[in-house]
Design a protein around this ligand. Structure first.
Ligand code: MEV
Length: 446
């Protein structure tokens, strides 16, 4: 191992301690002993449990703890859930909990899965007669499907498999480029490995069958498979969640004597703004994803996939828009969210990560459809809480409360100091220096 070099080969082969020591020497200021001590504080006491975590990734040095919290009182299709949420953002769990509590006495969340289709693509280059290619593809479609039976047999037993496939001509946009787009049902698994295995076989089969068919010319036989991969855009893996009540049931608002009716209209206006302006829509949808990602994380699912898909879906008509909608009509307030969520409840981390497993147990070991519904409700709750704050007291009031709590904790404030600080800052701007000054004065003896 080279000392004091920022470049290294064979890093992955070093022991965990040597990796840390090398990093400390070359990139950090504290001594290797101190860095090792700090990193080791986050190692799991149980060696086997640590081995499991290490196995989820590579070059693992330690664990990076993120809070695991619970938003209780979620009434979803008449069942009540305590929803696990993993997030580092303060006030996300509090906001979800508040919204859930608010709606539990107003009928709760109603939700259903619209569709569960997933998508994969074989991207290929073919230089030749288009019609020949399309009619050949139509002829071998059933055989292609059969060719992946060793991969699909188990999935078919569970009610999934390859649903359909089509050939798409993209040659107007990219010379000689075609796409085999396949549709899959993966039941309770996210299905990424399943889909990718099928796609790679489709690619091989397609190339082989063209190469060995006398109807194709030498040039046509030189079909080139560019890549085979699932698409994270799953507009037909869709779930919708809704809350509604009579406008007068929205209650009263402390803020500026606002009536329920004024609140309903203002809320609808805020959502409409997010439907027409991409700048606002991005922040609005970020609020939705605060709730969605936290449950996706807690259940061991891939939040990057869910994020990527949600934002593509948000601009499906060419303009990036809010994923949620609101309507105040005939005295009824309706607020709903429709979003693609491709997740699983079997396979991957969902069963391997002990806390993801526990999260699923907390939710009654749901199937994928039920989990899609729960996640959509968490997104809608989060969005409701954000828009309610924004259109009434403003977002800073809640954020500042959490900020104050965090600052007080970092300054080791006791119960008495916390109570006094909360009272003092109830109508003042919170900052680290203002809280320090307040505590210093309070701590002066006598
Ligand atoms: C902050 O993480 C999320 C919000 O900005 C969402 C919104 O503005 O709707 C509060």
């Amino acid at each position: 191992m080279e000392e004091n070099e920022k470049e290294i080969s064979g890093f992955s082969k070093l022991t965990k301690r040597d990796k840390i020591s090398w990093l400390a020497k070359n990139f950090l200021y504290a001594s290797p002993v101190e860095i090792l001590k700090e990193f080791a504080e986050y190692w799991h006491d149980n060696v086997e449990a640590q081995k499991l975590l290490d196995g989820f990734s590579e070059n693992t040095l330690t664990n990076f703890p993120v809070p695991f919290g619970i938003a209780p009182n979620f009434k979803i299709n008449d069942a009540v859930y305590a929803v696990p949420m993993v997030t580092e953002e303060s006030s996300v769990v509090a906001a979800a909990s508040n919204a859930a509590k608010f709606w539990i006495s107003r009928g709760g969340f109603k939700t259903h899965v619209i569709s569960t289709k997933k998508v994969g693509q074989v991207h290929f280059v073919y230089r030749g007669d288009k019609e020949k290619l399309f009619s050949f593809f139509a002829g071998i479609k059933a055989d292609l499907k059969k060719s992946v039976q060793p991969i699909t047999a188990k999935m078919e037993e569970r009610g999934g498999g390859v649903v359909d496939m089509e050939l798409i001509d993209y040659t107007l946009l990219e010379p000689d480029y075609y796409q085999l787009r396949a549709y899959f049902e993966t039941v309770d698994s996210m299905g990424a490995n399943f889909i990718n295995s099928c796609l790679e076989e489709f690619g091989k089969q397609l190339a082989f069958r063209i190469e060995h068919n006398a109807a194709f010319t030498t040039l046509e036989k030189e079909i080139e498979i560019v890549m085979c991969i699932l698409s994270n855009y799953t507009p037909d893996c869709l779930v919708t969640a809704e809350v509604s009540c009579k406008v007068e049931e929205l209650g009263t608002f402390d803020y500026g004597n606002m009536t329920a009716e004024e609140f309903a209209w203002k809320f609808q206006r805020a959502v409409n703004i997010a439907r027409l302006d991409p700048y606002r829509a991005t922040t609005h949808n970020k609020g939705i994803m605060n709730g969605i990602d936290a449950v996706v994380m807690a259940t061991g699912n891939d939040f990057r996939a869910i994020e990527a898909c949600a934002h593509t879906y948000a601009c499906r008509d060419g303009i990036y828009r809010s994923l949620s909608e609101c309507k105040v009509e005939n005295g009824i307030f309706r607020f709903w969210l429709t979003i693609p969520i491709a997740i699983g409840t079997v396979g991957g981390l969902t069963t391997l990560h002990p806390l993801a497993k526990r999260s699923l147990e907390l939710l009654g070991n749901p199937n994928a459809k039920k989990l899609m519904e729960i996640i959509a409700c968490a997104g809608l709750a989060q969005n409701f809480a954000a828009i309610r704050s924004l259109t009434t007291v403003g977002i800073q009031a809640g954020h500042m409360k959490m900020h104050l709590t965090n600052i007080l904790a970092s300054m080791q404030a006791n119960e008495d100091e916390i109570g006094k600080a909360k009272k003092f800052f109830s109508d003042k701007v919170v900052s680290v220096s203002a809280v320090r000054e307040f505590l210093e004065k309070l701590r002066i003896p006598g």
